[in-house]
Design a protein around this ligand. Structure first.
Ligand code: UT7
Length: 309
């Protein structure tokens, strides 16, 4: 869906969307396709790249805020599609930080020897919970999925450090109020927009820049790495201005920052793994490179992962 398509739906313009967000187009899931369908495709590609089969997996962690259904977890539905019968599976709800949280947990579980091969996925079909009459939000979001396989290795490098944080006191700034136990869906809130994403954009923007900087600075400090040592930062793709402000604050030139927001918009938990995949497949990432992934999202949640590729 292009900005021109959106111009026909709400009072907006390609000029406004491009200047304020950097987004030119986004992918929209058609009716009948849900998160597990996209997670399935991404998982098959990740397993192919890693050279493993579904039988090898003993852990699947799936980050999403747009599950196929409230019950069971989308990870269970995916496990069945993959026939990954040896895997323990779980969804995590950390919004845009879902993939980063998933990497931290998978790494810890592998490191303590409980599991060997983990599949970590970030997937969203945000188009299903976007209010297509609200120009403040509908121009921002898109659908997609990305996945990575984690396994123990004797080779030096790999995941060098992880960092995750949250602040639930700011939850109201970015939320879907209805559809849970507090405000079950009923005829009133189905009509009033409470089942869709609601966001106080400017407040979220300020928190995002602060938190992304904190996540980057903290992981650099924790791992004894300088920002000049980072070959590529893969930030959550929410707004090009947030990405640029974060890079500026940590003194990282934009040619060391991966950006694909113009093609996909904000895909929440899927944004970092989609960007990671594109960076790998386009040879922007080479063996030995230091990669810093950084995210911020609803909750609020934020975090970072430092990898030596
Ligand atoms: O995934 C992690 C969480 N999400 C984020 O990190 C998103 C954070 N927030 C943002 O990226 C930005 O705040 C937005 C892109 C959402 C909005 O940009 P902004 O520069 O903060 O704009 P604003 O909300 O302050 O609105 C400025 C003006 C307003 O008009 P007035 O009051 O100045 O007349 C809005 O009504 O722009 C108007 N506006 C629009 N105009 C055309 C808001 N949305 C649109 C639109 N098209 N789609």
């Amino acid at each position: 869906m292009t900005n021109a398509d959106l111009e026909k739906m709400v009072e907006t313009s390609d000029e406004w969307i491009t200047a304020r967000t950097g987004i030119k187009e986004r992918r929209i899931a058609p009716d009948g396709l849900a998160a597990s369908d996209y997670a399935h495709e991404a998982s098959l590609k990740a397993m192919e790249m890693a050279g493993i089969s579904a039988d090898d997996l003993d852990l699947i962690i799936l980050g999403t805020v747009t599950p196929d259904a409230p019950l069971p977890s989308t990870a269970c539905i995916l496990q069945d599609k993959l026939k990954a019968k040896n895997a323990a599976v779980v969804d995590i709800v950390a919004a845009c930080s879902g993939f980063i949280y998933g990497l931290e947990y998978a790494k810890a579980i592998i490191q303590n020897g409980q599991k060997e091969k983990a599949l970590v996925i970030g997937v969203e079909t945000l188009s299903k919970i976007v209010n297509w009459k609200d120009r403040n939000t509908c121009v921002l979001f898109g659908d997609g999925a990305g996945a990575a396989v984690l396994a123990p290795s004797d080779t030096p490098g790999g995941i060098l450090a992880t960092y995750t944080k949250a602040d639930g006191s700011l939850a109201r700034l970015l939320q879907v109020p209805a559809g849970g136990g507090r405000l079950p869906l009923n005829t009133d809130n189905i009509g009033n927009g409470d089942r869709f994403i609601q966001m106080q954009g400017p407040e979220v923007f300020k928190s995002a820049v602060r938190a992304m900087e904190e996540a980057a600075v903290s992981i650099l400090k924790q791992s004894g790495t300088k920002s000049g040592d980072i070959d590529l930062m893969i930030p959550h793709q929410a707004n090009i201005r947030i990405i640029e402000a974060t890079a500026k604050r940590i003194k990282l030139p934009m040619d060391r920052v991966f950006v694909n927001i113009h093609k996909y918009g904000n895909t929440s938990a899927a944004s970092v793994p989609i960007a990671l995949d594109e960076a790998v497949r386009s040879n922007r990432i080479r063996p030995g490179d230091k990669i810093m992934m950084v995210s911020f999202g609803a909750g609020f949640t934020w975090g970072s992962v430092l990898v030596e590729w």
